[in-house]
Ligand binder design. Structure first.
Ligand SMILES: [Zn+2]
Length: 151
């Protein structure tokens, strides 16, 4: 017999040390994306050889025509803030000394976009349509290496 929790009042907290570990991989295209970002300071997307669309982040297969995309191409030039949010609290629900702007940025001719912190501008000055450029931190080896800066 299976039981389902239908209300959060039925949940019983269990405290313990659970020795569970996992390894997460970005996949082939995501790995290339991360490597280009952290080792070469580049933003790359994938290009479809069949329909010629470009995608950010890159993926192995075109979402339109399902063609395999083995070509990675640099995403260059200025991006455009498509949407953004302003964080005033940390994940621990404490007030931040300084607000953090997180912006989803798109590039002309590229499907998709990327979400990263936008620095170098106060939160009240950020606008949808604002032009930004990627900035890569050399000392970070994760997706946190990328932030946006006003162009
Ligand atoms: Zn395609």
């Amino acid at each position: 017999m299976r039981e389902f929790v239908t209300s959060n009042t039925q949940v019983k907290p269990v405290s313990s040390d659970w020795s569970v570990w996992f390894r997460y991989t970005y996949g082939v295209a995501g790995e290339r994306f991360l490597r280009e970002m952290t080792q070469n300071g580049k933003l790359v997307g994938s290009a479809c050889p069949q329909c010629k669309r470009s995608f950010l982040p890159p993926s192995l297969y075109c979402e339109d025509c399902f063609a395999e995309m083995g070509e990675y191409k640099p995403i260059v030039g200025e991006g455009t803030v498509d949407t953004f949010t302003v964080l005033h609290e940390s994940l621990e629900e404490t007030r931040l000394d300084k607000s953090i702007v997180i912006a989803f940025v798109k590039f002309d001719g590229v499907s998709g976009g990327w979400l990263a912190p936008l620095t170098g501008v106060s939160a009240d000055k950020v606008r949808i349509g604002m032009k930004v450029k990627p900035v890569f931190a050399k000392d970070k080896k994760s997706i946190q290496a990328l932030t946006w800066s006003p162009a």
